[in-house]
Design a protein around this ligand. Sequence first.
Ligand code: PLP
Length: 434
Amino acid sequence: MRYHSLNLNAAEVPFREAVIQGIAPDKGLYFPVEIPRLPDSFWKNLREKPINEIALELMRPFVGDSIPDPDLGRILEETLSFEFPLVELSEGVYSLELYHGPTLAFKDVGSRFMARCLGHFSKDSPAEITVLVATSGDTGGAVADGFLGVPGVEVVILYPEGKVSDIQERQLTTLGQNIRALRVSGSFDDCQRMVKRAFLDNDLKAARQLTSANSINVARWIPQMLYYAMAWRQLGPDSKPPVFAVPSGNFGNICAGMLAHRMGMPCRQFVAATNVNDTVPRFMESGQYAPEKAVPTISNAMDVADPSNFVRIRKLFGYRFPDLDAVMTSHAYTDGQTRDAMRHLHETYGYIADPHGAVGYLGLSDYLLQDPGGPGIFLETAHPIKFRPEVERTLGLELDLPERLRGLLERDKTALPITSYDDLRRFLMQPPGS
Ligand SMILES: *Cc1c(COP(=O)(O)O)cnc(C)c1O
């Protein structure tokens, strides 16, 4: 498989180059030149195959000959070494729990896959690779964990000071080794802007081999389609096509779901649920793409005003608004509505959702009111413990601390404060590890 830049002004590259470069030289996002459609029999018989085989069949066309099958198989097996349960709350309404990975966030899959791909590529690359990543909360921890101890790779994480939860901050500032955290006085969009600027900085690029682990990287973005395939597998061969409601920030996850759909996976509708950072719902209403300043919310991993993957969604539909409109619905919800949904889920079903999952649930409920029939699945993207103060306050209870987080709360945070792009540049102009 080759990838081309969505800005149409750069050479086509194989998977390997697209992953190492992160973003194309013309600043465009990489996109697969073609999207293969798997036969209906593949989608019908998913239950008969082990997860690892399904994952290999879905990912192989996108990786091409950049990684030999036995290695790709091993990478996928390590990537998917935890559960993705589909929990039925009431008849036909499901939560797809994506938070059972090492950092309790759905970003574990993309991060682990990308880390192992880069580890594979760096085996025969002389230069140390620097992974530069901006996080609104969960990416940082998942990337840090995924890359921890991977030889030949240094990870530099930018996060907005005071805008991530305590547990999230600890997950990215306490690991040490090849992981460096930079605490930015600003918003996530400021962090993302600095990272984008660094990728265009020729002096920096001469000093370091930089790549991104944000969902702009195809190795982070594409494997997320596996969640949808696994959900469909759990529904079983006799199920009607489901509605997927996806709490969305940078729109990488939902775009990966649409990729699975394009490969033949049955799906009735995608619902993009956002918090009040509603650039996409407004776009679906008016046809005008007009990002505003990001506003902080209780679902902070979605506090994104200018979602970087939305252009991929538009490309997927040939930039034809009516085609997109037929497949995707989008709604925005306030923090008040989110808290009400968390209370409703707890009181009615005894289910504890985190604020992001609750936004997904709201999107699903509204959609099913208008168009009932067939299963509805909302993606629960983070473990409630990651948003502990908010969840405990809203539900008036105390959450148990999962075993794997116990050690974390005792470790000290280490982060370098930065305020401007120049600070970041100065940091990156030093050799890695200094
Ligand atoms: C990143 C994240 C999202 C948003 O996912 P996108 O792919 O950026 O749309 C939703 N929920 C949680 C918990 C996240 O960490």
